[in-house]
Ligand binder design. Structure first.
Ligand code: OGA
Ligand code: NI
Length: 365
Protein backbone atom coordinates (compact mmCIF):
# COMPACT_ATOMS: atom_id res chain seq x y z
CA UNK A 1 0.00 0.00 0.00
CA UNK A 2 1.26 3.49 -0.81
CA UNK A 3 2.17 5.48 2.31
CA UNK A 4 -0.15 8.43 2.85
CA UNK A 5 2.56 11.07 3.24
CA UNK A 6 6.11 11.55 2.01
CA UNK A 7 7.53 11.64 5.49
CA UNK A 8 6.69 7.95 5.68
CA UNK A 9 8.76 7.29 2.51
CA UNK A 10 11.78 9.13 3.88
CA UNK A 11 12.75 6.07 5.91
CA UNK A 12 13.08 3.76 2.88
CA UNK A 13 16.49 3.01 1.41
CA UNK A 14 15.63 3.31 -2.27
CA UNK A 15 13.61 5.93 -4.04
CA UNK A 16 10.23 4.91 -5.45
CA UNK A 17 10.30 5.02 -9.24
CA UNK A 18 7.58 7.70 -9.44
CA UNK A 19 10.16 10.21 -8.12
CA UNK A 20 13.04 9.27 -10.43
CA UNK A 21 13.73 12.03 -12.96
CA UNK A 22 15.29 11.76 -16.40
CA UNK A 23 19.00 12.33 -16.34
CA UNK A 24 18.82 15.81 -17.88
CA UNK A 25 16.55 17.03 -15.07
CA UNK A 26 18.58 15.65 -12.16
CA UNK A 27 20.59 17.96 -9.87
CA UNK A 28 23.92 19.14 -11.31
CA UNK A 29 25.22 20.91 -8.21
CA UNK A 30 25.18 19.78 -4.57
CA UNK A 31 22.53 21.18 -2.23
CA UNK A 32 25.25 22.56 0.08
CA UNK A 33 27.75 23.80 -2.50
CA UNK A 34 26.84 27.43 -1.95
CA UNK A 35 27.47 30.22 -4.40
CA UNK A 36 27.99 33.82 -3.35
CA UNK A 37 27.01 35.23 -6.73
CA UNK A 38 23.50 36.30 -5.90
CA UNK A 39 23.40 39.83 -4.43
CA UNK A 40 22.53 40.30 -0.75
CA UNK A 41 20.99 43.73 -0.27
CA UNK A 42 20.37 45.53 3.02
CA UNK A 43 17.18 47.57 3.07
CA UNK A 44 18.31 49.58 6.11
CA UNK A 45 17.47 53.22 5.41
CA UNK A 46 15.21 52.59 2.43
CA UNK A 47 12.72 55.18 3.73
CA UNK A 48 15.40 57.82 4.03
CA UNK A 49 15.70 59.89 0.88
CA UNK A 50 19.50 59.90 0.75
CA UNK A 51 20.04 56.18 1.21
CA UNK A 52 17.04 55.13 -0.86
CA UNK A 53 18.67 55.93 -4.15
CA UNK A 54 21.64 53.66 -3.49
CA UNK A 55 19.52 50.74 -2.28
CA UNK A 56 17.14 51.09 -5.20
CA UNK A 57 19.89 50.96 -7.77
CA UNK A 58 21.19 47.72 -6.22
CA UNK A 59 17.72 46.17 -6.37
CA UNK A 60 17.21 47.26 -9.95
CA UNK A 61 20.59 45.91 -11.01
CA UNK A 62 19.85 42.55 -9.34
CA UNK A 63 16.51 42.35 -11.14
CA UNK A 64 18.14 43.10 -14.49
CA UNK A 65 21.03 40.69 -14.02
CA UNK A 66 19.44 37.83 -12.11
CA UNK A 67 15.78 38.31 -11.32
CA UNK A 68 16.75 36.93 -7.93
CA UNK A 69 18.44 38.46 -4.86
CA UNK A 70 18.37 38.32 -1.08
CA UNK A 71 17.26 41.06 1.29
CA UNK A 72 18.30 41.65 4.89
CA UNK A 73 17.31 44.43 7.34
CA UNK A 74 13.89 44.21 5.74
CA UNK A 75 11.96 45.17 8.87
CA UNK A 76 10.02 41.91 9.36
CA UNK A 77 10.35 41.03 13.06
CA UNK A 78 12.73 38.12 13.62
CA UNK A 79 10.42 36.72 16.34
CA UNK A 80 7.59 36.53 13.85
CA UNK A 81 9.86 34.74 11.38
CA UNK A 82 11.02 32.24 13.97
CA UNK A 83 7.44 31.60 15.23
CA UNK A 84 6.29 30.99 11.66
CA UNK A 85 9.14 28.54 11.04
CA UNK A 86 8.75 26.68 14.34
CA UNK A 87 5.00 26.24 13.91
CA UNK A 88 5.39 25.12 10.29
CA UNK A 89 7.93 22.49 11.31
CA UNK A 90 5.60 21.31 14.07
CA UNK A 91 2.78 20.89 11.54
CA UNK A 92 4.82 18.64 9.25
CA UNK A 93 5.85 16.56 12.25
CA UNK A 94 2.19 15.74 13.02
CA UNK A 95 0.94 12.22 12.28
CA UNK A 96 -0.32 11.70 8.70
CA UNK A 97 -3.98 11.58 9.69
CA UNK A 98 -3.73 15.02 11.32
CA UNK A 99 -2.12 16.54 8.23
CA UNK A 100 -4.59 14.82 5.93
CA UNK A 101 -7.52 16.50 7.71
CA UNK A 102 -6.55 19.45 5.50
CA UNK A 103 -5.94 17.39 2.35
CA UNK A 104 -6.51 19.63 -0.66
CA UNK A 105 -6.38 16.99 -3.38
CA UNK A 106 -9.58 17.03 -5.40
CA UNK A 107 -9.54 20.79 -6.00
CA UNK A 108 -9.97 22.26 -2.51
CA UNK A 109 -8.59 25.80 -2.17
CA UNK A 110 -5.79 25.63 0.35
CA UNK A 111 -4.53 23.06 2.83
CA UNK A 112 -2.09 20.17 2.76
CA UNK A 113 -0.88 18.16 -0.23
CA UNK A 114 1.84 15.58 -0.86
CA UNK A 115 4.25 15.94 -3.79
CA UNK A 116 1.98 17.84 -6.11
CA UNK A 117 2.85 17.45 -9.74
CA UNK A 118 1.59 18.71 -13.04
CA UNK A 119 -1.17 17.06 -14.91
CA UNK A 120 0.24 14.91 -17.68
CA UNK A 121 3.58 14.62 -15.95
CA UNK A 122 4.75 11.27 -14.68
CA UNK A 123 7.44 12.28 -12.18
CA UNK A 124 6.56 13.57 -8.72
CA UNK A 125 8.28 16.26 -6.67
CA UNK A 126 9.80 15.21 -3.34
CA UNK A 127 7.88 17.64 -1.13
CA UNK A 128 4.86 18.14 1.06
CA UNK A 129 3.15 21.53 1.15
CA UNK A 130 0.62 23.63 3.01
CA UNK A 131 -0.98 26.44 1.02
CA UNK A 132 -2.87 29.48 2.27
CA UNK A 133 -4.83 31.79 -0.01
CA UNK A 134 -4.26 34.83 2.18
CA UNK A 135 -5.26 37.83 0.03
CA UNK A 136 -7.69 39.34 -0.84
CA UNK A 137 -8.76 39.10 2.81
CA UNK A 138 -12.52 38.82 2.20
CA UNK A 139 -11.91 35.64 0.23
CA UNK A 140 -9.96 33.87 2.99
CA UNK A 141 -11.39 30.50 3.95
CA UNK A 142 -10.09 29.80 7.43
CA UNK A 143 -11.56 26.30 7.33
CA UNK A 144 -8.66 25.47 4.99
CA UNK A 145 -5.98 26.90 7.34
CA UNK A 146 -4.57 24.16 9.59
CA UNK A 147 -5.76 24.66 13.19
CA UNK A 148 -2.75 22.76 14.55
CA UNK A 149 -0.28 23.54 15.96
CA UNK A 150 -2.18 25.94 18.15
CA UNK A 151 -1.56 29.57 17.30
CA UNK A 152 -0.41 28.95 13.73
CA UNK A 153 -3.43 30.69 12.19
CA UNK A 154 -2.76 33.95 14.06
CA UNK A 155 0.94 33.88 13.29
CA UNK A 156 0.23 33.21 9.61
CA UNK A 157 -2.20 36.13 9.47
CA UNK A 158 0.45 38.48 10.79
CA UNK A 159 3.19 37.00 8.62
CA UNK A 160 1.10 37.36 5.49
CA UNK A 161 0.26 40.99 6.31
CA UNK A 162 3.90 41.92 6.94
CA UNK A 163 5.01 40.24 3.72
CA UNK A 164 2.32 42.01 1.72
CA UNK A 165 3.77 45.30 3.02
CA UNK A 166 7.32 44.32 2.19
CA UNK A 167 6.42 43.12 -1.31
CA UNK A 168 4.59 46.38 -2.05
CA UNK A 169 7.66 48.33 -0.93
CA UNK A 170 9.82 46.40 -3.38
CA UNK A 171 7.29 46.93 -6.16
CA UNK A 172 7.45 50.68 -5.47
CA UNK A 173 11.18 50.60 -6.10
CA UNK A 174 10.72 48.73 -9.37
CA UNK A 175 7.93 51.07 -10.50
CA UNK A 176 10.17 54.08 -9.93
CA UNK A 177 12.99 52.38 -11.78
CA UNK A 178 10.69 52.04 -14.75
CA UNK A 179 10.07 55.80 -14.62
CA UNK A 180 6.51 55.31 -13.40
CA UNK A 181 4.61 56.45 -10.32
CA UNK A 182 5.31 54.47 -7.14
CA UNK A 183 2.01 52.57 -7.21
CA UNK A 184 2.18 51.59 -10.88
CA UNK A 185 3.02 47.91 -10.37
CA UNK A 186 0.59 47.34 -7.49
CA UNK A 187 -2.13 49.13 -9.45
CA UNK A 188 -1.43 46.84 -12.40
CA UNK A 189 -2.25 43.94 -10.06
CA UNK A 190 -5.72 45.50 -9.52
CA UNK A 191 -6.40 43.78 -6.18
CA UNK A 192 -3.23 41.97 -5.25
CA UNK A 193 -3.54 38.25 -4.49
CA UNK A 194 -1.23 36.55 -2.05
CA UNK A 195 -0.62 32.84 -1.65
CA UNK A 196 1.65 31.49 1.08
CA UNK A 197 3.14 28.06 0.34
CA UNK A 198 5.03 26.24 3.07
CA UNK A 199 7.33 23.66 1.47
CA UNK A 200 8.63 20.73 3.47
CA UNK A 201 11.27 18.55 1.86
CA UNK A 202 11.84 15.41 3.93
CA UNK A 203 15.23 13.67 3.89
CA UNK A 204 15.47 11.69 0.70
CA UNK A 205 17.06 8.24 0.28
CA UNK A 206 18.48 8.95 -3.22
CA UNK A 207 18.55 12.74 -3.66
CA UNK A 208 20.70 12.63 -6.80
CA UNK A 209 17.89 11.02 -8.76
CA UNK A 210 15.14 13.45 -7.93
CA UNK A 211 14.10 17.05 -7.20
CA UNK A 212 12.15 18.64 -4.37
CA UNK A 213 10.61 21.03 -6.85
CA UNK A 214 11.31 20.89 -10.55
CA UNK A 215 12.72 23.77 -12.60
CA UNK A 216 10.23 26.60 -13.10
CA UNK A 217 9.62 30.31 -13.08
CA UNK A 218 6.99 31.66 -10.70
CA UNK A 219 3.95 32.93 -12.59
CA UNK A 220 3.18 36.00 -10.46
CA UNK A 221 4.64 39.45 -9.90
CA UNK A 222 7.15 38.89 -7.12
CA UNK A 223 7.92 36.07 -4.63
CA UNK A 224 9.51 36.32 -1.18
CA UNK A 225 11.05 33.08 0.05
CA UNK A 226 12.17 32.31 3.55
CA UNK A 227 14.44 29.28 3.78
CA UNK A 228 16.17 27.51 6.65
CA UNK A 229 19.95 27.00 6.83
CA UNK A 230 20.01 23.60 5.06
CA UNK A 231 20.23 24.79 1.45
CA UNK A 232 18.59 23.46 -1.68
CA UNK A 233 17.30 26.44 -3.65
CA UNK A 234 19.08 26.64 -6.99
CA UNK A 235 18.94 29.28 -9.71
CA UNK A 236 20.50 29.50 -13.16
CA UNK A 237 22.97 31.90 -14.66
CA UNK A 238 24.47 32.26 -18.16
CA UNK A 239 20.99 32.18 -19.66
CA UNK A 240 19.98 28.96 -17.99
CA UNK A 241 23.19 27.02 -18.65
CA UNK A 242 24.79 27.00 -15.17
CA UNK A 243 23.12 26.07 -11.91
CA UNK A 244 24.13 27.61 -8.61
CA UNK A 245 22.92 26.87 -5.07
CA UNK A 246 21.71 29.96 -3.23
CA UNK A 247 23.53 30.44 0.05
CA UNK A 248 21.10 30.43 2.99
CA UNK A 249 21.35 33.66 5.00
CA UNK A 250 19.78 33.70 8.45
CA UNK A 251 16.65 35.87 8.54
CA UNK A 252 16.93 36.93 4.87
CA UNK A 253 14.26 36.68 2.22
CA UNK A 254 15.14 35.47 -1.23
CA UNK A 255 13.25 37.70 -3.66
CA UNK A 256 12.53 36.62 -7.17
CA UNK A 257 10.49 38.09 -9.96
CA UNK A 258 7.84 36.04 -11.68
CA UNK A 259 6.47 35.99 -15.22
CA UNK A 260 4.02 38.84 -14.53
CA UNK A 261 6.82 41.11 -13.28
CA UNK A 262 8.90 40.14 -16.30
CA UNK A 263 6.17 41.00 -18.80
CA UNK A 264 5.21 44.27 -17.09
CA UNK A 265 8.81 45.45 -17.34
CA UNK A 266 8.91 44.34 -20.98
CA UNK A 267 11.56 41.76 -20.14
CA UNK A 268 13.90 44.23 -18.45
CA UNK A 269 13.54 42.41 -15.13
CA UNK A 270 14.25 38.69 -15.33
CA UNK A 271 11.88 35.98 -14.19
CA UNK A 272 14.45 33.78 -12.53
CA UNK A 273 14.54 30.09 -13.41
CA UNK A 274 14.85 28.05 -10.22
CA UNK A 275 14.37 24.63 -8.60
CA UNK A 276 14.80 22.96 -5.22
CA UNK A 277 17.06 19.97 -4.65
CA UNK A 278 16.86 17.62 -1.66
CA UNK A 279 19.41 15.68 0.38
CA UNK A 280 19.80 12.59 2.56
CA UNK A 281 21.13 14.35 5.67
CA UNK A 282 18.30 16.59 6.80
CA UNK A 283 14.81 17.71 5.98
CA UNK A 284 14.36 21.29 4.76
CA UNK A 285 11.69 23.94 5.20
CA UNK A 286 10.97 26.96 3.03
CA UNK A 287 8.06 29.39 3.01
CA UNK A 288 7.24 31.03 -0.32
CA UNK A 289 4.95 34.06 -0.41
CA UNK A 290 3.65 34.67 -3.91
CA UNK A 291 2.33 38.12 -4.77
CA UNK A 292 0.08 37.74 -7.77
CA UNK A 293 -2.19 40.05 -9.74
CA UNK A 294 -5.94 39.48 -9.64
CA UNK A 295 -7.04 36.93 -12.28
CA UNK A 296 -8.73 39.65 -14.34
CA UNK A 297 -5.70 42.01 -14.22
CA UNK A 298 -4.18 42.89 -17.58
CA UNK A 299 -0.77 41.52 -18.46
CA UNK A 300 1.07 43.86 -20.82
CA UNK A 301 4.29 45.92 -20.59
CA UNK A 302 3.75 49.12 -18.58
CA UNK A 303 6.75 50.68 -20.20
CA UNK A 304 8.38 49.96 -23.53
CA UNK A 305 11.73 51.68 -23.77
CA UNK A 306 12.99 53.44 -26.85
CA UNK A 307 14.18 51.02 -29.48
CA UNK A 308 12.31 48.11 -27.89
CA UNK A 309 9.27 46.21 -29.06
CA UNK A 310 6.61 44.93 -26.66
CA UNK A 311 7.40 41.31 -25.73
CA UNK A 312 3.70 40.44 -25.76
CA UNK A 313 1.63 40.60 -28.93
CA UNK A 314 -1.54 41.71 -27.15
CA UNK A 315 -2.80 42.44 -23.65
CA UNK A 316 -4.15 39.32 -21.95
CA UNK A 317 -5.59 38.67 -18.51
CA UNK A 318 -3.45 37.07 -15.82
CA UNK A 319 -5.85 34.10 -15.83
CA UNK A 320 -5.16 33.66 -19.56
CA UNK A 321 -1.39 34.07 -19.08
CA UNK A 322 -1.49 31.36 -16.43
CA UNK A 323 -3.63 29.07 -18.58
CA UNK A 324 -1.16 29.40 -21.48
CA UNK A 325 1.80 28.72 -19.19
CA UNK A 326 0.15 25.60 -17.79
CA UNK A 327 -0.86 24.23 -21.18
CA UNK A 328 2.64 24.84 -22.51
CA UNK A 329 4.12 22.98 -19.53
CA UNK A 330 1.67 20.10 -19.96
CA UNK A 331 2.43 19.98 -23.68
CA UNK A 332 6.19 19.87 -23.01
CA UNK A 333 5.71 17.14 -20.40
CA UNK A 334 3.64 15.11 -22.86
CA UNK A 335 6.25 15.48 -25.61
CA UNK A 336 8.94 14.38 -23.20
CA UNK A 337 6.95 11.34 -22.13
CA UNK A 338 6.29 10.45 -25.78
CA UNK A 339 9.96 10.78 -26.73
CA UNK A 340 10.87 8.53 -23.82
CA UNK A 341 8.33 5.89 -24.83
CA UNK A 342 9.50 6.05 -28.42
CA UNK A 343 13.11 5.59 -27.37
CA UNK A 344 12.11 2.60 -25.28
CA UNK A 345 10.19 1.09 -28.19
CA UNK A 346 13.15 1.56 -30.52
CA UNK A 347 15.41 -0.15 -28.04
CA UNK A 348 12.99 -3.05 -27.79
CA UNK A 349 12.72 -3.23 -31.59
CA UNK A 350 16.47 -3.36 -31.82
CA UNK A 351 16.56 -6.31 -29.47
CA UNK A 352 13.72 -8.18 -31.18
CA UNK A 353 15.53 -9.80 -34.15
CA UNK A 354 18.12 -11.18 -31.77
CA UNK A 355 15.41 -12.73 -29.63
CA UNK A 356 13.64 -14.13 -32.66
CA UNK A 357 16.90 -15.39 -34.15
CA UNK A 358 17.37 -17.76 -31.32
CA UNK A 359 14.49 -20.16 -31.99
CA UNK A 360 15.39 -20.05 -35.69
CA UNK A 361 18.90 -21.19 -34.94
CA UNK A 362 17.43 -23.85 -32.73
CA UNK A 363 15.27 -25.08 -35.62
CA UNK A 364 18.20 -25.19 -38.04
CA UNK A 365 20.49 -26.88 -35.60
C1 OGA B 1 8.48 27.76 -4.96
C2 OGA B 1 9.93 27.64 -4.91
C3 OGA B 1 11.92 27.00 -3.72
C4 OGA B 1 12.36 26.41 -2.44
O1 OGA B 1 7.82 27.36 -3.97
O2 OGA B 1 7.97 28.24 -6.01
O3 OGA B 1 10.56 27.96 -5.87
O4 OGA B 1 13.55 26.48 -2.17
N1 OGA B 1 10.51 27.15 -3.81
O5 OGA B 1 11.52 25.87 -1.71
NI1 NI C 1 9.37 29.05 -7.30
Amino acid sequence: MAPSTLTALAGETTLQSSFVRDEDERPKVAYNHFSHDIPIISLAGIDDAQKRCQICSKIVEACEDWGIFQIVDHGVDSNLISDMTTLAKAFFALPPEEKLRFDMSGGKKGGFIVSSHLQGEAVQDWREIVTYFSYPIPRRDYSRWPDKPEGWIDVTKEYSEKLMGLACKLLEVLSEAMGLEKEALTKACVDMDQKVVVNYYPKCPQPDLTLGLKRHTDPGTITLLLQDQVGGLQATKDNGKTWITVQPVEGAFVVNLGDHGHYLSNGRFKNADHQAVVNSNSSRLSIATFQNPAPEATVYPLKVREGEKPILEEPITFAEMYRRKMSKDIELAKLKKLAKEEKQMQEEEWQKPKLEAKPLEDILA
